[in-house]
Ligand binder design. Structure first.
Ligand SMILES: [Cu+2]
Length: 453
């Protein structure tokens, strides 16, 4: 079993290549099935051979190693029960791949031929559908339609050519409602063969998924259709989703896939960005459109790009406000405007610790430490440099700094706002640092709009 440390330095498969097999196809047996025992973000080294590309960074995830067998890139996915840490203090018993949910990201290059061994360690049959890929019908992974389901204990092979670059996903197409509710999904990234096509300095992956896990329990309720209580990125919730660390001036891509049962408007602060890719392919430069929120439809992927010119700590989150909360009840009455004082006095005669909540909103929840059942975390939580952030679920921070090294993704801490660049209390007169126009203000150039007629 590989752990995080052993995997660092494995490279894009380099260390797993058996030298005598290079250049000829031989029967090498099953490739090693790498297992991951941690929910940390694993940074994949740049490729040491073949076309150059910037490896993707799967937040709180990792990339599956491969080996070369002749001219074929071989991967080994293992479908199995896993224990996934959704956040510190909360672990879910899910189904996933190679030790984690979501599964490892598969990364390859346009023109590659891939052979993917899929071993089924689940108690029922499964299959893998390669969402968005152009491939032979029998490799499409729809159990019963493309091929028989993979029985428990068996290994099947999927083999096809990667005829186009882009962003794709994989997930079971067998008992799909159950297996996806249990966390089985992952990304499949195909880099362009031409390194000069759509290059970026940083390339982040976020898979939107969701679980319904009652506080104090471990297994998702698989019959839930829409009312999930944990809204996750790569099976991880705020405050433990890693930040997107970026060096000032970097060209950045964020790819977001949605395998939940509702849409998620992804919103990023501090920037406008261009939508550059869907699971159908790259968007022509002339057709890329500007956004600050991009709705990710169900069963779809969107990628957007921006140049990281603006220093700071910028929130990135789903704009459905219930999706930036952790486990919560939806049938709590609204108490805003209700005077609970007389009632509080009466209740405290029997229950001295009783706390009236919600009469002035719910922000109390972000500060208060209340006893919780085992294995859950507060609905809104997380502390920033200026107090509670009062978020949960689908939320993280884009941290843009000066002087971050190439391929360095370590958390630089909180941004210190320069004098005059933080909202402040008015106390009767303006401080010295204010001015009507700041020479540092940067304006986004506006494209020339032409009109006919
Ligand atoms: Cu959402």
């Amino acid at each position: 079993m590989l752990n995080r440390r052993q995997l660092i330095g494995v490279g894009a498969g380099a260390a797993l290549v058996t030298t005598q097999a290079w250049g000829k196809t031989t029967n090498m047996g099953l490739p090693d099935a790498a297992e991951m025992d941690s929910a940390s973000t694993l940074i994949t080294p740049r490729p040491s051979s073949g076309p150059d590309y910037t490896p993707v960074v799967t937040l709180n995830g990792w990339t599956l190693p491969f080996r070369m067998n002749g001219n074929v890139k071989e991967f080994h996915l293992v479908a199995e029960p896993v224990e996934r840490e959704l956040a510190e203090g909360m672990t879910a018993h899910l189904w996933g791949y190679n030790g984690q949910s979501t599964g490892p990201t598969i990364e390859a290059v346009e023109g590659d031929r891939v052979r993917i061994y899929v071993t089924n360690r689940l108690p029922e049959h499964t299959s893998v559908h390669w969402h968005g890929m152009i491939l032979p019908s029998g490799m499409d992974g729809v159990s019963g339609l493309s091929h028989p389901g993979i029985p428990p204990g068996k290994t099947y092979i999927y083999e096809f050519d990667l005829v186009k670059s882009g962003t794709f996903m994989y997930h079971p197409h067998a008992d799909e409602m159950v297996q996806m509710a249990m966390g089985m999904m992952g990304f499949f990234i195909v880099h362009p063969k031409d390194p000069a096509f759509m290059p970026v300095d940083r390339d982040f992956l976020i898979m939107l998924n969701a679980f319904d896990i009652d506080p104090g329990t471990y297994v998702p309720r698989i019959m839930t259709m829409t009312d999930f209580n944990l809204w996750t990125w790569n099976s991880r919730i705020f405050p433990d989703i890693d930040p997107l660390v970026v060096n000032r001036g970097d060209k950045v891509r964020v790819r977001v896939g949605n395998l939940t049962m509702t849409n998620h408007p992804m919103h990023m602060h501090g920037y406008d960005f261009k939508v550059t890719c869907t699971d159908g392919g790259w968007v022509q430069p002339s057709a890329q459109w500007p956004e600050v929120s991009i709705d990710i439809p169900v069963g779809a992927m969107r990628a957007y790009e921006f140049v990281a010119d603006h220093l700071g700590d910028w929130a990135i989150h789903c704009h459905k406000s219930h999706h930036t909360m952790n486990a919560m009840g939806h049938d709590v009455p609204t108490f805003i405007g209700v005077d609970k004082k007389p009632l509080t006095q009466k209740i405290r005669q029997f229950q001295p610790e009783y706390m009236p909540m919600g009469t002035a909103g719910m922000a109390d929840m972000g500060v208060m430490e209340m006893p919780l059942p085992d294995n859950t975390i507060p609905m809104m939580t997380g502390w920033g440099p200026h107090g509670p952030i009062e978020m949960g679920g689908m939320f993280s921070v884009v941290k843009v700094r000066e002087g971050i090294g190439a391929d360095d993704y370590s958390d630089p801490g909180w941004y210190e706002n320069p004098p005059g660049e933080q909202a402040y209390e008015w106390t009767g007169e303006l401080p010295e640092f204010t001015s009507n126009t700041s020479p540092k203000t940067q304006y986004t150039p506006r494209p020339a709009l032409t009109s006919k007629g």
